[in-house]
Structures are given as structure tokens and as C-alpha cells.
Design a protein around this ligand. Structure first.
Ligand code: ATP
Ligand code: MG
Length: 292
């Protein structure tokens, strides 16, 4: 299987017929083992580094990668792995937790907007404005803390948020930010296994949070919210990837492949040196060679 084909299997760019249950969290495509995928992953990481160097030098495009998932789906590990070869100078990661008092004084797109990647950079959002149609939708009481004028909060609020998000992403796309969104699709069974490992293995104890177990009770509500989120915000310019997450090695391979494909689809090249600059370079070389 060619790698670009591999990523296409999980790409959703129109929500019309999207159903989460059509995607198997344990899917590994035609890759049957970690070893089978390892070589491709190493190649992907090296290729990302080469392309990122051009992205940075050219300074036209920005790339935004958004990660959303249930707890223990492996967001942190993916970010660490896939970005392991890139130059930290051209890459920023931002994690979005429950909003602060200051953040609640603003509209829901404010805090993420402040952290958008600049041209030439890769920005990673570990959670994002999509929490506004996920955790907030599953726990609508959170809406009360958002201090919205009550007359603006109606049953239409989720549709309005989907619309505003799509408009925002179209605006960003038209201005040179390429957006790729990843839903790490973990099964309930695998989440249980990973939570148990956090309880049983001392070096994983620090990752355990009682709040995560509490949220697990709302599993079905979250799955419905994720399905709706993808249905209403998957677009050709800012597609979702529903990445199987029960096998970490496969999740990493798919994300890395999408990143490489995305960078390769851009017209990346090192800036050309104009005649005046060429002359300057030649003069500098002459000067360096003429002195000790
Ligand atoms: P990890 O557990 O690996 O540290 P995490 O992303 O799960 O990473 P936590 O601090 O455990 O980090 O969780 C962040 C919490 O903040 C999540 O429960 C998330 O739903 C919540 N959150 C994020 N954005 C919002 C928001 N806009 N409104 C309310 N809660 C939010
Ligand atoms: Mg957590």
C-alpha cells in the first residue's frame, strides 16, 4: 500500500455520509505489526525535517495540526514522536485546558487565535476550539460559565459554533494556513486497558487522573459529539482524519504520513537568490578569501 493511499482511507472531507461506526479503532490497514511500520515511520520523520526546513525558509505557508481525542488516546505521544525530527525553532505546541478567567472574558476563538502558527511554522494544537462542541456540549452547564448574553444562547448554539468554526478555518486557509485535523479514534475497551496500566505500572501512575475515569461515564455522549463535530466541520480545505488509535504505532504512521503528504502538496522551495544578492554573496566570498 502506498503511503498517500494509507492516509486517504481515514480522510473525511465531507460530513454528508459520515458515521463514526464505519471506522474501526483497531484498524491497521495492510500493516500487520509495529516492525512492518517502523521503516516507513523513520522515513516519514526524516522527510518531514527536510520539508520543514523549506517551509521555514520560504516563509509563505503556515501549517496547523489539530489533535482531538478521548483521554489516553495518545495525543502527547503522537506529538512527541511525529515531530521528533523537526527543528524546534519552526514548531510550536499549545495545549488547551479549561479556559482561564481572562480567556472567559473573550469569544471562544480568542485564545486559539493568539496561538496560531506564523508563516513558515508548524503549529500543533493539543485540544482546541473544538472543545467548544465536545466537552461543552456533553456538559452544557459549562456554557453558563462562559458569560454569554443569555439572549444569544439558544438551541441553535451548536450549529452556530460549527458554522463559525468553518468560516474561521476557511478564512485561515485562504490566507495561507493549511489546516489538518486529527481525531484519534480509540475504543472504549482500549481506553480501559490504558487506564489500568496507569494504575498498575509505577512509571505510569503520574498520568492517572480520577477526572478521566469520571468522563468515561459519558463515553456515548462524547462519541455522538465527535460524530457531529466531524459531520459539520469536515471540509475539503480543512479535512478531518479519523485515525485508528488502538495501536499506537499505527496512529503514528498515519499522522506522519498525513504531515508529509501535506507538506509535499505545497509548492515549497528555498527562496531564489536575485542578481543583486548573488553579487553580494560573491563579494563576501572574495573578501573572506582575500584575508587570513
Ligand atoms: P493530559 O491528560 O495528557 O495531561 P489533557 O489534554 O487530557 O492531557 P487535562 O488537563 O487532563 O489535559 O485535561 C484538560 C481538560 O480541559 C479536558 O477535560 C478538556 O475537556 C478541558 N477543556 C479544554 N477546553 C475546554 C473548554 N473550552 N471548556 C471547558 N473545558 C475545556
Ligand atoms: Mg487528561
Amino acid at each position: 500500500m502506498k503511503t498517500d493511499k494509507l492516509a486517504n482511507n481515514y480522510r473525511v472531507e465531507s460530513g454528508k455520509h459520515f458515521r463514526l461506526k464505519d471506522f474501526d479503532p483497531a484498524d491497521t490497514g495492510d500493516r500487520k505489526s509495529k516492525e512492518h511500520a517502523e521503516e516507513a515511520l523513520i522515513h516519514g520523520i526524516a522527510r518531514t525535517a527536510e520539508l520543514q526546513d523549506k517551509l521555514y525558509a520560504q516563509d509563505n505557508w503556515a501549517v496547523l495540526l489539530i489533535f482531538q481525542a478521548m483521554d489516553a488516546a495518545g495525543k502527547d505521544g503522537i506529538i512527541k514522536h511525529v515531530m521528533s525530527g523537526v527543528n524546534p525553532q519552526g514548531c510550536q505546541v499549545h495545549s488547551f485546558k479549561a479556559p482561564s478567567d481572562l480567556e472567559l472574558q473573550h469569544d471562544f476563538l480568542w485564545r486559539t487565535t493568539l496561538n496560531l502558527p506564523e508563516r513558515g511554522h508548524i503549529g500543533i494544537f493539543n485540544r482546541s476550539y473544538y472543545e467548544e462542541v465536545l466537552v461543552v456540549r456533553v456538559h452544557p452547564d459549562i456554557l453558563k460559565s462562559q458569560k454569554m448574553p443569555p439572549s444569544l444562547v439558544s438551541k441553535k448554539i451548536w450549529d452556530e459554533r460549527f458554522e463559525d468554526i468553518c468560516d474561521f478555518e476557511r478564512h485561515m486557509t485562504r490566507n495561507g494556513t493549511v489546516i489538518r485535523k486529527f481525531f484519534l479514534n480509540l475504543s472504549k475497551k482500549e481506553q480501559k486497558k490504558r487506564f489500568l496500566a496507569r494504575l498498575e505500572e509505577p512509571e505510569k501512575n503520574w498520568k492517572f487522573s480520577a477526572a478521566d475515569i469520571h468522563e468515561r461515564k459519558y463515553w456515548d455522549d462524547y462519541q455522538d459529539a465527535y460524530e457531529d463535530m466531524i459531520r459539520y466541520t469536515a471540509t475539503e480545505e480543512a479535512p478531518w482524519y479519523v485515525v485508528p488509535a488502538d495501536n499506537k504505532w499505527f496512529t503514528r504512521l498515519v499522522v506522519s504520513t498525513v504531515l508529509v503528504d501535506t507538506l509535499e502538496s505545497l509548492d515549497l522551495s528555498y527562496p531564489k537568490v536575485d542578481p543583486a544578492k548573488r553579487k553580494e554573496l560573491e563579494a563576501a566570498k572574495k573578501l573572506l578569501l582575500s584575508k587570513k
